[in-house]
Design a protein around this ligand. Structure first.
Ligand SMILES: [Zn+2]
Ligand SMILES: [Zn+2]
Length: 252
């Protein structure tokens, strides 16, 4: 495919040449066309070192900083991400697995790549060595819904993309059991942890109570920062009768 082998300056020329694109469209009007066009305007370049051909090369993948596991309720360190005994609450989370450290610049770039949904391969690359070690079994994997301050231009939810891939690997089905209920205030403007928590209250609504009752769930999100949204999602699942709720985040 000639068009895929052209480099940057020519790319711009070709892109601006509508008749050429049209001709290409006429000749290649199939399902792979959009992927090819995407490869063309969005070339594979390693987010870590800039090497061409892959979004994250093996060396940069090996160098990614692994996250220290922590208690999802208090944010302090905890072996294997189990919630501390003293932090366990009926409406809280039982544990959290974080894969990478968001402070690592390559991790940050890789995770941020997912936000607009163009780079679906990145999820696979980041989950390459993923094994869930808690010994917990799950009835469904639930993506944390998008909430107001994170909604991007096309309403794309990267958590769902990650959830689908994790589900495939664990052979657990995806349960979209949570809806976003109301717009929350810009979370980043709320400094105190408690304010964030209060601001998230009532953000999600459980939509399939029958399936939630007595279920064991794994909530999935891209980044666990303050954790307010994931704890709120867990609270809503528990309110609807969930038995246990763990979390999984690509990074914190
Ligand atoms: Zn690299
Ligand atoms: Zn704790």
């Amino acid at each position: 495919m000639l068009i895929l082998n052209i480099h940057n300056k020519e790319q711009e020329m070709v892109l601006s040449n509508i008749s050429c694109i049209n001709r290409f469209l006429m000749q290649n009007c199939d399902v792979t066309f959009w992927q090819k066009l995407l490869d063309f305007v969005y070339p594979r370049i390693c987010v870590g070192c800039g090497k061409e051909g892959v979004f994250l090369c093996d060396e940069c993948f090996t160098g990614l900083e692994i996250a220290e596991q922590m208690c999802p309720m208090c944010g302090r360190g905890s072996a294997f991400g189990w919630t501390h005994k003293q932090c366990l609450r009926e409406d809280g989370m039982e544990g959290l697995i974080c894969l990478y450290s968001y402070e690592d610049q390559t991790v940050k770039k890789a995770v941020d790549e997912l936000k607009f949904g163009f780079n679906r391969e990145m999820v696979n690359l980041l989950l390459k060595d993923f094994v869930f070690e808690s010994g917990m079994m799950f009835d469904a994997i639930v993506p944390v819904p998008l909430y107001f301050y994170r909604e991007n231009w096309r309403g794309f939810n990267q958590a769902e993309l990650i959830a689908r891939e994790v589900g495939k690997r664990m052979s657990v089905e995806i349960g979209n059991y949570l809806n976003r209920k109301r717009n929350t205030k810009q979370q980043s403007t709320l400094e105190a942890r408690q304010d964030r928590e209060v601001n998230m209250r009532g953000s999600f609504r459980a939509i399939d109570a029958k399936k939630i009752r007595r279920g064991r769930f794994l909530l999935v999100d891209d980044v666990f920062t303050s954790g307010a949204s994931m704890r709120e999602a867990a609270r809503e699942l528990k309110r609807a009768g969930a038995d246990t709720v763990w979390g999984l985040a690509l990074a914190h």
